[in-house]
Design a binder for this molecule. Structure first.
Ligand SMILES: [Zn+2]
Length: 437
């Protein structure tokens, strides 16, 4: 009897949500990220990774520099609080990269594989809820062990009547969205059944699903521009509350992610040249070149921050601009590697106390030249964008007085957490994609 009822339910749901229904095996849902390794080691004309070394940690140098220089652009009303904390904001510009050694949820915040969605990017939802809604799938597991999927990314929703779409959206916001932030994937089966029941597709005393879960397909391709939107809101709240500690933490983190958004390799699935035999080009572009040349001649004068009326559009523009440069940064290195003497492309160097081979100074200079100042321009754009985001949050919070806020004191738990973070970084293996900082 149960089977018949269940079949009826399934059929009913199939009618209501025709394109949303399909079956699949539970275990095939897991998505594994390929574990590419890290720093640049030479091999004829290509840059080969070396697994025993940490990735170049925009590298640590550029992230710290971006946060420091962003502080110096702020108006006096903000400077009064930010200047005394400039060292902290600079030092902690790299915390998000360190967290990648502590939790696998951290990595997707640093990148977005835009090539997964376009061009053109017409169907890419710019808001977080819409994006997660479109790229998540809900599964119910039956007593018989069958796994049934609903509302997956293959379902464009076009076949769903509008009122059902709205009902699903409400269910999703209430039941699924909060799960993302807890990294929990189990869906409350009673809520799931209640939702189907509300939609008129369940039978009274039967329980067709014994458990439920959801999968988001967004994370595997990165969530950077969406994450920035949520950080902007949180930072605005922190200013509103005049919470010095939260302001500093969020500003340091935002500076990092905005920096990442300005790097072409943080916006493509070919994030380390692995698809074009240019392994290591990520660190070459964002770490090696700034480390060699930034102090020698980069112009960091970016002017005062401007108010950003639409942060969502602002953050998306940053990643779209970065993405528009991907072909050039790859193509130019490829061409250069063919014309430049092979034995003068990689040189011995020391990194994190270990001997490595890294792009030679002359080769780096040649790459920088063919890029015609692109790296300097992106670094300047990042500094300006960071100060604009901080400034906008402060303005949106009503321009609170920052002049007499208590200096934040770290609690014992926070000090411990920071030590733990450093320890994980020193010893640990990066969780998730390694070459995106
Ligand atoms: Zn990063």
């Amino acid at each position: 009897m149960k089977k018949i009822i269940f079949a009826l339910i399934v059929a009913a749901m199939g009618i209501i949500f025709p394109a949303a229904f399909r079956t699949m095996h539970h275990t095939s849902c897991a998505n594994e990220q390929p574990n590419h390794s890290s720093f640049i080691i030479p091999h004829s004309s290509s840059l080969i990774p070396h697994s025993s070394l940490k990735p170049p940690i925009w590298g640590f140098f550029a992230h710290k520099r971006i946060n420091r220089l962003a502080v110096l652009t702020l108006p006096p009303e903000m400077m009064v609080f930010f200047k005394p904390n400039i060292d902290w904001l600079s030092d902690h510009a790299v915390d998000p990269d360190m967290r990648r050694y502590a939790t696998k949820n951290e990595a997707p915040r640093h990148y977005i594989d835009l090539d997964n969605y376009g061009p053109p990017f017409n169907n890419l939802p710019l808001g977080w809820t819409d994006a997660l809604l479109q790229h998540s799938e809900i599964f119910g597991i039956t007593e018989q062990g069958d796994t049934l999927g609903f509302f997956g990314p293959n379902d464009t929703g076009n076949t769903m009547p509008d009122d059902k779409k709205q009902a699903y959206r409400r269910f999703f916001i209430r039941q699924i969205l909060p799960l993302y932030f807890t990294a929990q994937e189990t869906v409350n089966v009673d809520s799931l059944l209640a939702f189907f029941s509300e939609q008129g597709c369940t039978a009274d005393d039967t329980r067709p699903f014994v458990s439920g879960f959801y999968r988001d397909y967004l994370s595997e391709h990165g969530i950077l521009p969406w994450h920035l939107q949520s950080m902007q809101r949180r930072l605005t709240d922190a200013f509103r509350a005049r919470d010095a500690k939260r302001i500093l933490r969020l500003c340091a983190d935002m500076g990092h992610y905005i920096g990442d958004a300005h790097v072409p390799f943080h916006t493509t699935s070919n994030y380390n040249g692995q698809k074009t035999e240019q392994h290591g080009i990520h660190g070459f572009w964002e770490s090696r070149i700034p480390e060699i040349f930034a102090d020698e001649g980069y112009d960091y004068f970016v002017g005062k921050p401007e108010y950003v009326p639409d942060p969502q559009a602002f953050f998306w523009q940053a990643v779209f601009d970065s993405n528009s440069m991907v072909d050039s940064v790859l193509g130019m290195e490829k061409a250069l590697s063919k014309s430049f003497p092979t034995d003068r492309q990689m040189c011995p160097d020391v990194r994190n106390g270990k001997p490595v081979l890294a792009p030679c100074r002359d080769y780096s200079a040649a790459y920088q030249d063919v890029l015609q100042g692109m790296i300097e321009r992106r670094m300047r754009a990042a500094i300006h964008a960071v100060s604009c985001a901080w400034y906008t949050a402060w303005v949106d919070a009503g321009q609170p007085d920052l002049s007499n806020m208590n200096a934040p004191v770290a609690t014992e738990a926070e000090i411990k957490e920071e030590e733990e973070l450093k320890k994980n970084y020193q010893q640990g293996k990066i969780l998730g994609r390694p070459e995106d900082h």
